[in-house]
Design a protein around this ligand. Structure first.
Ligand SMILES: Cc1cc2nc3c(=O)[nH]c(=O)nc-3n(C[C@H](O)[C@H](O)[C@H](O)COP(=O)(O)O)c2cc1C
Length: 206
């Protein structure tokens, strides 16, 4: 007797419920779905240039952690001047409530960047207690491909502080955590702005 036909994706009740929830939200909000989820952390490394990429990437949900919200103004940047296609989501809940959208298929890709050594360490050890670390954890649990733009990637680096360029010497633990992150499922680690731009271009996002 031949094997029964494999179930079609439509036969999966979870996938069907998520698709109809997404369709309802699309109608009621006018949002283009699925979108790019981009999490900002409190890193100043290429902060201004990263915001330019966010603005160019089109339909973006920008998750702004508490540290990121502070750093934005230190670099004299503003989030309220980003294009209307960028929806800014601030870290105002203990449960990271906006993250629930990952479970309805709202996102095709997640980006964490620039990512502080703190955020990278938490991601590696499975801690999710900020909006950015929750984006990483729940993108992973929903099998959404994720790009992490890590900052502390070499023993000696130049980085832009609010008052100009400074030297930073990432520690062994910071470098080791970036290496550990590379082994995660569905995760691409990029180290430079050029690599981040190339990863976005490959996905036709900029
Ligand atoms: C202006 C400024 C720039 C910073 N840049 C970095 C950075 O490049 N890398 C880093 O690991 N931490 C940086 N920090 C420190 C982080 O913001 C701090 O460790 C924060 O607790 C990280 O929280 P988060 O990982 O939730 O964003 C910076 C802080 C300030 C005030």
């Amino acid at each position: 007797m031949p094997d029964p036909a494999p179930p079609t994706p439509d036969a999966d009740p979870t996938a069907t419920a998520a698709a109809s929830a997404r369709a309802r939200r699309k109608r009621s909000t006018g949002l283009v779905l699925p979108r790019l989820a981009w999490a900002l952390t409190g890193s100043g490394h290429f902060f201004t240039e990263t915001l330019e990429l966010v603005a160019a990437a089109g339909e973006v949900d920008l998750f702004v952690s508490k540290a990121a919200a502070e750093v934005v103004s230190m670099y004299k940047q503003r989030l309220d001047t980003l294009p209307a296609s960028v929806r800014v989501i601030k870290d105002t809940t203990a449960s990271a409530a906006p993250i629930g959208r990952f479970y309805y298929g709202d996102y095709h890709t997640a980006i964490i960047g620039p990512a502080t050594s703190n955020t990278v360490a938490k991601c590696v050890y499975g801690i999710s207690d900020t909006l950015a670390t929750n984006v990483f954890a729940h993108a992973g649990k929903c099998r959404v491909p994720t790009i992490v733009f890590a900052c502390d990637t070499a023993p000696e680096m130049d980085t832009m502080a609010p008052k100009g360029m400074v030297k930073v010497y990432p520690r062994r633990v910071d470098l080791d955590n970036v290496e550990r992150l590379r082994s995660f499922e569905d995760t691409e680690v990029v180290e430079t702005l050029d690599e981040l731009t190339a990863a976005l271009r490959r996905r036709k996002l900029v």
